[in-house]
Design a protein around this ligand. Sequence first.
Ligand code: UD1
Length: 361
Amino acid sequence: MKLIHVVGARPNFMKAAPVWSAIAKITDFNQILVHTGQHYDKLMSDIFFKELQMSVPDYNLNIGSDTHVRQTAAIMIKFEELVNGLKPDLVIVYGDVNSTVATAMVCSKLLIPFAHIEAGLRSFDRRMPEEINRLITDQLADLLFTPSKDGNYNLIKEGIPKNKIHFVGNVMIDTLVRLLSKADKPNRFKEIEQYILVTLHRPSNVDDPKSIQSIMNNLQKISESNPVIFPVHPRTKKMISENSLDISNNINFHLIDPLGYLDFLGLMKNATTVITDSGGIQEETTYLGIPCITVRENTERPITVTLGTNQLIGKEYNKIPDLVNDSINRKKRSYNVPPLWDGKAAERIAKTLVAYSKKLL
Ligand code: UD1
């Protein structure tokens, strides 16, 4: 069987790595890796391939940044040309980024079966570009692999036939489990014991000058008593600089470049609290038992709130300092790791794909 994996943006890489190796372990499928080039900076892309021990992509579509429509359309045009030549038996797409939906639509137009890994997640907020990407991708997918049972319920409610849906667990956690013992704080932060780790890149937080200003003010407040380490996404960097909010001259406030997987995981597993608007980090902190304050009004990963360590604060940025204090004072609630977040999700996916290749599904 000829298989194409499509990756495009940072959160895709740690999901594809375990699936690729689980498939290689039990099959002789011809696997091809396609990078759309949605993320192209060294620190947003190349470093992950090295750290995750992934082979370099066989094809790079070199799409780069643009408006969502133009970016999605450009990926579609180039991917159509590529798959028309490669003629895969199955394509695997990951997560909810523009590369995911663009390649999903191409597959369905060309009648090429495709699998969606991380299917069924819903924030029920259609203002979020990722929600549109999830809805469309799941409607079109032939095989849907869900990370949590809420994904199954959402898909069934949307009319997806049950036999297409496979609850396999969380592939991002597979990578975390594999690399956790290798991850450590970067040298420059070795001496810092108690710190707050921050990542923010959602348009709803960083594209509005008032919002990013209020966030930065509250982070600065925290940094008066606790070091803040904030690896800054390119989108956020631009907004911080355009709005003159760079306060990296404060000795307790570390505004730094995006980090690779191992450095970031090293910082996350030792953090007092994490403040984020990322999807994946809500899951990783839940697995690690680290308190997570999510600066979003909703989450497509509700299990991180009901079972895990996550809490949502929406746009109430003023709550951040008090919540951070609570976590420092160890007002921890109990938490559980969600079912099947056990490092073996990719194995389950590989087995399902073998059954699919034998037309047993
Ligand atoms: C994308 C995903 C988001 C994911 C995030 C992880 C979509 C709709 N969004 O958002 O779900 O959580 O990736 O990082 O697909 N840029 C660079 N270098 C890069 C990549 C981007 O400088 O390597 C800059 C560009 O100015 C670009 C901006 O960042 O305009 C946004 O990048 P883009 O890939 O469009 O979306 P993200 O915000 O990264």
